[in-house]
Design a binder for this molecule. Structure first.
Ligand code: PXL
Length: 279
């Protein structure tokens, strides 16, 4: 069985980061190990939250892993809380990366043109640096724009998206899947560039009018799980788009759904079945 270590926060309530990554990776049939970077009562988009930083735990935990000669088939990072924490994560990647290790970085910085609470341009600049360590990054257009220090555009066309991808590749990033890309009102998906193969690839599916929090984390976790299960990157990304859509459909079908996230739990059987049959 393959083993992933995912490095991100534990938000007790809010359906994001570890509370979605662990179940999705487990559902993929891959061992899900966690390195929690912080404990929050609720994620930072709630009106109230506590934040207990665990950056100082990263080094001693990693020392134990090293002593025990533990290894990981993938290192997958999500929300990170500070520049200092990113530096610790960079050291962790350097320490545990082997030839077979897939490093997947979701550069969680913001959405809809805005940075998440507590982040600034300096944080985005450091995230851009961390992304050079990745085999795959999964930014949305807000995150890509901040990392490139270009204005965020609400409307764009295909040549613009390709240009953004090429600029990220110019920074030394190997594979980039730009998420939440939409050229038509009722379609949304990703646009991907593989710098080594100089190849673009995109895939879109149905877009629902409502936006839900946490879908970026669900998407990244689903890609990571499928990739570790042996899907090629393009197929893993496609499968994740379809899974997120299924999560949204399950949410909209539930009149009692929560305001803060999608019913990804109800869509897990669909994910497991896709992993079994989609190849
Ligand atoms: O879903 C991204 C995310 C993860 N973790 C925390 C967040 C956010 C986005 O707001 O606040 C703590």
């Amino acid at each position: 069985m393959k083993r992933i270590i995912t490095i991100q926060d534990l938000s007790c309530v809010g359906k994001c980061s570890l509370t979605v990554a662990l179940p999705i990776i487990s559902a993929a049939g891959v061992e899900a190990c966690a390195l929690p970077t912080a404990v929050l009562s609720t994620h930072t988009a709630f009106s109230h939250y506590t934040y207990h930083d665990l950056t100082d735990e990263i080094r001693p935990i990693s020392d134990v892993f090293y002593t025990l000669q533990l290894d990981f088939d993938a290192i997958y990072t999500g929300y990170l809380g500070s520049v200092h924490q990113m530096e610790e994560v960079e050291t962790f990647i350097d320490r545990f990366r082997k030839e077979k290790t897939a490093v997947i970085i979701d550069p969680v910085i913001g959405d809809f043109g805005n940075l998440y609470q507590g982040f600034d341009q300096n944080f985005a600049d450091h995230m851009a640096r961390l992304c050079k360590k990745a085999d795959l990054i999964l930014p949305n257009l807000t995150e890509a724009s901040y990392m490139l220090r270009i204005p965020y555009r609400e409307t764009y066309d295909e040549p613009y998206i390709r240009d953004v991808l090429l600029r990220l590749a110019d920074r030394g990033i190997r594979r980039i899947a730009l998420t939440g890309v939409s050229f038509e009102e009722d379609k949304i998906g990703f646009y991907y560039y593989d710098a080594a193969e100089k190849r673009f690839f995109s895939y879109m599916n149905q877009k629902h009018p409502a936006a839900y929090h946490g879908t970026g984390d669900i998407f990244a976790s689903a890609v990571t799980g499928a990739y570790l299960r042996g899907f090629c990157m393009e197929d893993a990304l496609k499968l994740a788009v379809d899974f997120v859509l299924q999560c949204i459909r399950c949410t909209e079908a539930d009149p009692g759904h929560r305001f803060y996230g999608v019913n990804f739990e109800a869509a897990l059987p669909y994910y497991i079945e896709s992993l079994r049959t989609a190849k």
